[in-house]
Design a protein. Structure first.
Length: 110
């Protein structure tokens, strides 16, 4: 039996933005708190608070599939990611990210 949560914490997160600075889990959770708050702050405000560019912010929001309030950041278990990337999943049964669903071969490796 493989302990996926232990593996995930070992791997950590490396979402590179245009500035080459990795996004940590904590960064993304912090962004999600703002993104899912009502009313949602403008991207420019969230970017400033995160110390990122608006472009980098939009890239990460899109990449992790941040869409629905209540979604949780979970590791993708798809062929392309193999637990090495996280995305916003609707529940414990939703463990394949959009990229892996669309293209099981390339997945998030692209
Ligand atoms: Zn994936």
């Amino acid at each position: 039996m493989i302990d996926l949560d232990a593996i995930n914490s070992d791997i950590g997160l490396t979402f590179d933005d245009n500035q080459g600075t990795p996004w940590t889990d904590a960064d993304i959770e912090r962004l999600a708190l703002m993104y899912f708050s009502m009313p949602r702050p403008p991207n420019s405000v969230m970017a400033e608070r995160m110390g990122r560019t608006v472009g980098a912010l939009q890239t990460v929001i899109s990449r992790v599939g941040m869409a629905r309030p209540g979604d949780k950041l979970r590791a993708c278990l798809g062929v392309g990611c193999q637990g090495q990337r996280k995305f916003f999943s609707a529940g414990v049964n939703n463990r394949i990210c959009g990229r892996c669903e669309r293209d099981p071969v390339m997945g998030c490796a692209a």
